[in-house]
Design a protein around this ligand. Structure first.
Ligand code: NAD
Length: 464
């Protein structure tokens, strides 16, 4: 795999400040495929300076011109989609078909949506005797996870650029090659030097330096709750803006009137996709007691199609594999019953976990409360709608969810009572313009569409 041995700062690849490197491992065969530099506080400082220097001119660039650059970026992502898909497969382990459609495809949609929004968004509004200017917040420090290596980057960088902000990105240490490809795409698209900068490195070193840097005006983070809390505290102490997206434990609520077979099979597909490494995955399936046994049989049949090494890839690294297998053991220890899968690894090589379905899960079990981030589904039984709602809302998270019913209005009535940021009604399609983000401990802030753009803007009111 091609790798750069420097950082992309100020429009060029520059040598890293220190000698340390990070090995990039293919999780399907455990082979080292590349090395990238492990950035230090000095690299972060150089990148933030470059972003600060580029900020005034980029902020003053007419929105139509910013839109044209983002459209050019989108076109490069289209032209290089095969290379992107292969790179994501090599460093994340996702099956190539998923890498093509989702990992390479969704960022094209999102970049395209921000090219359009930059051109059409009203960066000025009139309220009574005031004109309100919506101005870019400044330099953005973006810290991203590995689960959707390109999407997580584009979902932060595209709106930041559309708003007129400049960016320093610290991508996850497991998937830096996709981030380097993205930096190449930025360059090819003709973005001015310093508008986007990349520092690869370890979270506690480069990530922390970026979050704490006084030249950063907004930190946008996606990842674990533990790190999110720390970043929120650092940003709070410095009185700087912060957005944190911290995962979830979403409920897939199947009401008695629903098409059970469809709801179960879409629910299984949702959890198994990307090996379960999706923060918005519906990892708790809620089924009425009268339909419970039928749902278990349907789930067992549906999950059998998800063969590790074919339709399901490995987890990203050995640590995540161990963590997820630990959760499966914990589920058994707490009294849940296996319908499929289990803690044994299905292959000797590669960080695979067996697609696992648990029955007899109660709402308070660890596997029903904590984010597992693997191909593991819990099926819970409810007595009536009130019980279903109590279970659905009974975690610290509130990122996503699903409701199924014969009648759309019935599903919507239930969805209105859910404490969560997104709900798919009867398998509703992904909308790249709909705000994405959490209630409760799933985070603060929204990504995607106009709501995602407004995170990167601040208001100035002029009174007349
Ligand atoms: P993580 O939070 O450690 O990593 C996410 C990003 O934060 C990476 O770029 C990392 O380098 C950086 N980081 C780590 N420590 C940092 C620090 N002290 N300061 C600044 N940046 C820092 O997540 P992980 O260890 O890769 O995954 C652990 C768990 O987090 C997963 O099992 C899952 O539950 C959750 N997770 C959630 C999402 C999501 O989309 N919400 C994504 C990945 C992981």
């Amino acid at each position: 795999m091609k790798a750069h041995d420097g950082m992309y700062i100020g429009g060029q690849w520059r040598p890293a400040a220190g000698p340390d490197t990070i090995a990039v491992v293919n999780p399907a065969d455990e082979q080292v495929i590349a090395h990238v530099p492990a950035g230090t506080a000095d690299d972060v400082d150089a990148a933030v300076r470059a972003a600060r220097e580029a900020f005034p001119a980029w902020a003053a660039t007419p929105p139509a011109e910013r839109a044209a650059r983002i459209a050019a970026l989108r076109d490069v992502l289209v032209a290089r989609k095969d290379e992107i898909a292969e790179t994501v497969t090599a460093e994340l382990g996702a099956p190539l078909a998923l890498s093509r459609t989702v990992h390479a495809g969704v960022p094209v949609l999102v970049a395209g949506s921000y090219a359009e929004l930059a051109a059409s968004y009203s960066f000025e509004e009139r309220i009574g005797n005031s004109t309100v200017l919506l101005e870019p917040v400044g330099v953005v420090g973006a810290i991203t996870p590995w689960n959707y290596p390109l999407h997580q980057v584009v979902a932060k960088v595209a709106p930041a650029l559309a708003a007129g902000c400049t960016v320093v990105l610290k991508p996850a240490e497991d998937t830096p090659l996709t981030a380097q490809l993205f930096a190449e795409a930025i360059h090819e698209a003709g973005l001015p030097a310093g508008v986007f900068n990349l520092v690869t490195g370890l979270g506690p070193v480069a990530g922390q330096a970026l979050a704490a840097h006084e030249g950063v005006d907004l930190v946008s983070f996606t990842g674990s709750t533990a790190v999110g809390r720390q970043i929120g505290a650092t940003a709070g102490a410095a009185v700087k803006r912060v957005a944190v997206e911290l995962g979830g434990k979403s409920a897939n609520v199947i009401l008695p009137s629903a098409d059970l077979a469809k709801a179960v099979s879409v629910g299984i597909a949702n959890v198994m996709s990307n090996s379960g490494q999706t923060c918005s995955a519906w990892t708790r399936m809620l089924v009425h007691r009268n339909q419970y046994d039928e749902a278990l049989a349907l789930a067992a049949a549906a999950v059998a199609k998800y063969v590790p090494g074919e339709r399901v890839g490995p987890l990203v690294n050995a640590k995540q594999q161990k963590r997820v297998r630990g959760y499966i053991e914990k589920g058994l220890a707490e009294g849940a019953r296996l319908v499929a899968g289990g803690p044994e690894a299905p292959h000797e090589t590669g960080y695979y976990v067996s697609p696992t379905v648990f029955a007899d899960v109660t709402w308070d079990m660890t596997i029903a409360q904590e984010e597992i981030f693997g191909p593991v589904l819990s099926i819970l039984k409810y007595e009536d709608e009130e019980d279903a709602l109590r279970i659905a809302n009974g975690t610290v998270y509130g990122l996503a969810g699903a409701v199924w019913a014969a009648d759309e209005a019935e599903a919507v009535a239930f969805a209105r009572r859910m404490d969560t940021g997104q709900v798919d009604i009867n398998g509703g399609r992904f909308n790249p313009l709909a705000p994405f983000g959490g209630y409760k401990q799933s985070g603060v802030g929204r990504e995607l569409g106009p709501h995602g753009l407004s995170e990167y803007l601040q208001t100035k009111s002029l009174q007349f």
